[in-house]
Design a protein around this ligand. Structure first.
Ligand SMILES: [Zn+2]
Length: 145
């Protein structure tokens, strides 16, 4: 899977390869609808993925996580001592850049937003979205964690 170019001055987030592989499977299984979910872990390393049902009115072009799924994911994270580090969703047919709706609905400023695109090319990118400002985050893949 292709990831954003790295550069020394951009913020970074670490993700295990197993999580990235599941993220890609979730995106492919949900298409043509967008998938969405939480990414959790400890000390800046994402080790767990929590798929959430997308209950948006137009699920092929937007996402809105099911509230019950969100509550259950937070409960599971707390039980495992994990923190919410990222939020992902897919763009089945558009580039891995946040849409105006994505920026508007970025409700968790402490989380890194991951967008996986399936078309025109498989691509995964991460961003911080704070008060309408979008900043790229470098994804570091951690093997065998
Ligand atoms: Zn989006």
């Amino acid at each position: 899977m292709r990831t954003a170019c790295s550069s020394s001055d951009t913020p970074r987030i670490q993700v295990t390869r197993a999580v990235l592989e599941q993220l890609e499977r979730e995106a492919r299984a949900a298409a043509p609808r967008e998938c969405c979910g939480f990414l959790a872990g400890r000390r800046g390393l994402i080790e767990a993925i929590y798929p959430l049902r997308n209950v948006a009115a137009r699920p092929t072009v937007e996402y809105f996580a099911d509230v019950q799924d969100v509550l259950e994911a937070f409960r599971a994270m707390r039980a495992r001592g994990e923190e919410l580090l990222g939020i992902y969703h897919s763009h089945p047919t558009s580039a891995a850049h946040p849409s105006a709706t994505d920026v508007e609905r970025a409700y968790y400023p402490e989380a890194v937003y991951f967008i996986i695109s399936l078309q025109p090319a498989l691509d995964l990118r991460a961003y911080r979205i704070i008060s309408g400002e979008v900043e790229a985050v470098t994804i570091e893949v951690v093997e065998g964690a």
